[in-house]
Write a protein that binds this ligand. Structure first.
Ligand code: ADP
Ligand code: MG
Length: 746
């Protein structure tokens, strides 16, 4: 019953259409007029076309998809005799006489028209629209929207009006129409009556050149075209979810009959948007798997078990579960493409080692790649420590190797004398060959999109065999965003930290307490601890940033931290110097490290207990959380001191979230809410497609449903080759093809 109602009584359009199946093949195609330029509409010249282009409207199709920001409810319609004081209503009436009236206040001029219908008379009033006095004439038929008020006799204040017919409607009259009483674009062809005064009237974001009345006029014209749109959603799915047809939904977005109409329409289009995106991502994933041959590894063997037993701690439940998930992937023929996300310090490295050992115990090799040399070297040392006693051969491919050393290393890799190689992306460049590379782990890979992931797989592919890849990220991203950014990957999450972690206390320090903060840090240093000082972010130039770091270090060394060992670390230093400084800090020789965000990821110095961030309001939440994750990694209680004077509400919200929330995932959700997905990631850079209506923070449930349904579809028709999915495939390509194509191109 509900189903029938929903499908047939929606948006006042073509009732029963959706049940009139089968449709002719023609109805599966979008009308070709969609691609026609806006200028095909009467009254749209080059100036207007250019102005429209600025807001993204070039074709009639663009226009149809230019949705209103809200509606005004102009549904109530009354006759003059029925109007009550204070009531707002739409009235259809005829002009008796018109007069322009000046008032004592210079800024206020009134146009007054005596209007009537068969139930009575009233005086309609416009404020400061003098030109109307010349345009309205006795006998004109009007639709008025306004409020009936008592002040100074009974008057009707007009909010919006339209001329339905001019008296006589001769050539003079149409002049009048063109003149502005009704917007120019509503002249010429049959204007759509009631667009501005009846029903739910759409409010569009406007520009100086393109008024809301103009947009309404245009949309009123293309409405019949919208009604001929094809529907990319499979009809079975539409029926199952009780979604209206696309043409009906689009029409109802502009001209709903009720608030519910609009919500239903919007719901359908949000679902469609997310569904198309998920279908795009999942079919990409499917093609990837089909195209590539992986290496099925044997069951878990002795080496992995020994490793787990050798650890000084027990795996957390999350670590254990993720290891299982990975194991299952590794046994499969398709190459693994899995994202492991886990907050800073959640213990991803152990999981990575587990995955790599699965390759080693099968007689194959693994590679661990990090985005920077500093991080790669750290990984190398911790792997040595963990695996030394197990007889696993680990090598570090540093960029500092001498030619002969490098040659020897390459030879050993090719001969299979090395089990695990650690390095940067240089590890999988052309001249590096492995005997049998089965597992690749990519640490901190969160800044990369679909394209780079495919590229990585391409590079690692040898003799047609693609290794399993585990991507790891410590930038917790909300699940919804993960599903869009990493929709082509399987995602594993470690959400709980190992037991017994030190809580990191975070304070927002007011400027007046600055010297007190330094005093506190000196106490920590005297107790043998170490400290990071992160200087303000200077996005324009790394050189400026480096300078700021150096001068701050100088200042501190000469004042607050005189007598302590202070060093600098920034992106402009040669990598050798960076390495050396990090080494001295890790060894405790340096007590205060003044730095930029180069230390944002991975750095692991358990003795560091204070993270001081200058101008913290300029950093993103994820970044602050990452920075904070550099302390609290050992047995000592740690803290994070944030300086900064937020100049915006969102800056303030971010900083206060930092002080109250320790959980990276919760922070990520807050960040998404504060900033919206557009700003979280540069859309292009990250491969996040533009979303027109859907908002990830708000539409999580819809996204889940869309993903579920996309999975079902891709299972049965992986490449969307079935005729009933042809339109869907076209639409996916049209809407997201660009981003997916772009992402795939090298
Ligand atoms: P991240 O996920 O940030 O890369 P790491 O893998 O570097 O975190 O782990 C952080 C610290 O936690 C390391 O010192 C590691 O030895 C320790 N650790 C990892 N797993 C556990 C566990 N299950 N119990 C206790 N400590 C753990
Ligand atoms: Mg790590």
């Amino acid at each position: 019953m509900t189903k029938a109602r929903c499908l047939t009584e929606f948006a006042g359009l073509a009732p029963l259409r959706s049940t009139q199946l089968p449709r002719t093949s023609k109805s599966f195609m979008n009308p070709p007029e969609l691609d026609e330029p806006l200028a095909t509409l009467p009254g749209v010249g080059p100036t207007l076309a250019a102005a429209a282009k600025k807001i993204g409207i070039e074709t009639l199709g663009d226009l149809i998809f230019h949705f209103p920001s809200r509606h005004e409810d102009f549904t109530s319609q009354k006759q003059i005799g029925e109007l009550k004081l204070g009531e707002e209503a739409t009235v259809r009436c005829m002009v008796q006489k018109v007069a322009l009236q000046r008032t004592r206040r210079r800024s206020l001029r009134l146009v007054k028209a005596m209007v009537k219908d068969e139930t009575g008379y009233m005086e309609a009033v416009w404020y400061n629209q003098d030109y109307l006095a010349g345009q309205l004439t006795a006998g004109d038929e009007l639709l008025l929207r306004g409020t009936y008020e008592g002040a100074g006799g009974s008057i009707y204040k007009v909010r919006s009006h339209e001329v339905l017919a001019k008296r006589g409607s001769g050539p003079d009259a149409s002049e009048g129409l063109q003149g502005g009483a009704v917007p120019r674009d509503a002249g010429g062809l049959t204007p759509v009556a009631g667009l501005h005064t009846t029903g739910f009237v759409p409010i569009y974001p406007t520009t100086e050149k393109i008024s809301v009345k103009r947009l309404r006029g245009w949309l009123g014209r293309v409405r019949p075209l919208a009604a001929r749109l094809a529907d990319p959603l499979p009809s079975a799915l539409r029926a199952e979810l009780m979604l209206p047809l696309r043409p009906d939904a689009i029409t109802a977005m502009h001209f709903p009959r009720s608030a519910q109409d609009f919500r239903t329409a919007e719901g359908r289009l949000i679902f469609e948007e997310l569904y198309l995106m998920q279908v795009g991502l999942l079919s990409h994933r499917q093609r990837f798997r089909k195209k590539r041959q992986g290496m099925a590894l044997r069951e878990v063997g002795g080496l992995t078990k020994d490793f787990v037993r050798s650890l000084p701690f027990k795996l957390t439940d999350d670590q254990f579960r993720v290891c299982e998930e990975i194991s299952t992937d590794l046994r499969g023929e398709a190459p693994m493409q899995r994202l492991l996300q886990g907050d800073v310090g959640s213990g991803k490295t152990v999981v990575a080692v587990y995955a790599m050992l699965r390759a080693v115990e099968d007689g194959r090799q693994a590679a661990l790649m990090a985005p920077t040399e500093v991080l790669a070297e750290q990984h190398y040392y911790s792997l040595e420590q963990m695996l030394g006693t197990l007889g696993v051969r680990v090598a570090f491919m540093s960029s500092r190797l001498k030619t002969a050393e490098r040659k020897a290393l390459l030879h050993a890799l090719a001969a299979g004398e090395i089990d695990i190689a650690v390095g940067t992306h240089a590890l999988i460049q052309k001249d590096v060959t492995f005997r049998q590379l089965a597992v690749v782990v990519v640490d901190e890979q969160h800044r990369f999109g679909v394209r780079q992931r495919d590229e990585l797989a391409d590079k690692a592919t040898r003799k047609g065999v693609t290794p399993h890849v585990l991507h790891m990220t410590a930038t917790p991203i909300p699940r919804t965003l993960a599903l869009t950014l990493y929709g082509d990957l399987d995602v594993s999450t470690i959400s709980s930290l190992p037991a017994g972690r030190q809580r990191i206390r975070t304070w927002l320090v007011p400027e007046v307490k600055r010297s007190g903060a330094y005093g506190f840090i000196r106490e920590q240093l005297d107790a043998g601890r170490q400290c990071f000082v992160v200087c303000p972010l200077i996005e324009e130039s790394e050189a400026l940033e480096a300078k700021a770091v150096e001068s701050e270090a100088e200042r501190l060394a000469g004042s607050e931290f005189a007598g302590y060992r202070v060093a600098v670390l920034h992106g402009q230093m040669p990598s050798r110097a960076k390495q050396e400084t990090m080494g001295r800090f890790a060894a405790g020789e340096v007590q205060v490290l003044v730095t930029t965000t180069v230390i944002e990821v991975g750095v692991d110095v358990p003795n560091a207990t204070v993270m001081l961030v200058e101008e913290a309001d300029r950093f993103g939440l994820a970044q602050l959380h990452q920075l904070r994750g550099r302390v609290g990694r050992g047995e000592h209680e740690s803290c994070c001191l944030l300086f900064g004077d937020p100049k915006t509400d969102s800056g303030e919200q971010r900083l206060s979230a930092m002080t109250t929330t320790a959980d990276g995932f919760a922070l990520a959700d807050i960040d998404l809410e504060i900033r919206g997905e557009g700003q979280l990631f540069g859309a292009r850079q990250s491969g996040l497609p533009d979303l027109r209506l859907a908002r990830l923070a708000r539409d999580q449930e819809v996204l889940k449903l869309a993903r579920e349904k996309a999975f079902e579809l891709v299972e049965t028709d992986p490449e969307l080759k079935r005729p009933e999915n042809a339109l869907l495939r076209d639409e996916v390509e049209r809407v997201f093809g660009d981003s997916i194509e772009w992402l795939r191109r090298a």
